[in-house]
Design a protein around this ligand. Structure first.
Ligand code: ADP
Ligand code: ZN
Length: 195
């Protein structure tokens, strides 16, 4: 059966499970899952000009500038695999990006089908992210409540006993990221409500 092309943007805070939902939605509709974070990371690891440029912002905890991000996404959306639609994850992250996407679509006589926002109470996200622990020896990832080791204090994978909490999983960091994300996210949600 030929499916209608479906174009989706996925919005929501970090730690809401966007990645998991993105995978299942893109499988369900046979559309590419386009994550700007993934694109930047791939370019950074391949040391492309885009990667070198993006790295300086990402390493400083800043957003990559709109112009660079918008051009990157526009280019990606002209690939052959986007004929069937696509799911955007991590984009738009600013109102300027949302407006640029809208202009791009209008110029091609296309439109977005859905802006889907995953809402998760901040307290749940905080519990999920701050409970994460990583094995210091092999890097296996656990959660103190939702995904504990089988034997307390012993890594299931390598049997070692040292665990640590990633810097960006610490409560102050998670709270700051959530605040920033809410401040940035609200106007984008308002933009799509209006559309
Ligand atoms: P995170 O949830 O840690 O922000 P992402 O994988 O979504 O992870 O993105 C990693 C980094 O890439 C971001 O912190 C940001 O610097 C940059 N980035 C991703 N998407 C965008 C975007 N739409 N606009 C600007 N910068 C972006
Ligand atoms: Zn281990």
């Amino acid at each position: 059966m030929e499916m209608m092309p479906v174009k989706i943007v996925l919005l929501g805070p970090p730690g809401a499970g966007k990645g998991t939902q993105a995978k299942s939605i893109s499988n369900r509709y046979s559309i590419p899952h386009i994550s700007t974070g993934d694109i930047f990371r791939k370019n950074i690891s391949e040391e492309t000009p885009l990667g070198i440029q993006a790295k300086q912002y990402i390493d400083n905890g800043q957003l990559v500038p709109d112009e660079v991000t918008i051009n990157t996404v526009k280019d990606r959306l002209t690939w052959e695999d986007c004929k069937n639609g696509y799911l955007l994850d991590g984009f738009p992250r600013t109102v300027a990006q949302a407006e640029a996407l809208q202009e791009f679509l209008v110029s091609r006589n296309e439109n977005l089908d859905t802006a889907l926002c995953i809402e998760v109470p901040s307290s749940f996200i905080l519990e999920r992210m701050t409970g994460r622990r990583v094995c210091g020896s092999c890097g296996a990832s656990y959660h103190v409540k939702f995904n504990p080791t089988k034997v307390e204090g012993t890594c299931d994978v390598c049997g070692e006993h040292e665990f640590f909490q990633r810097e960006d999983d610490k409560p102050e960091t998670v709270k700051r990221r959530l605040d920033v994300n809410i401040a940035q996210g609200e106007p984008i949600i308002a933009h799509y409500r209006e559309l």
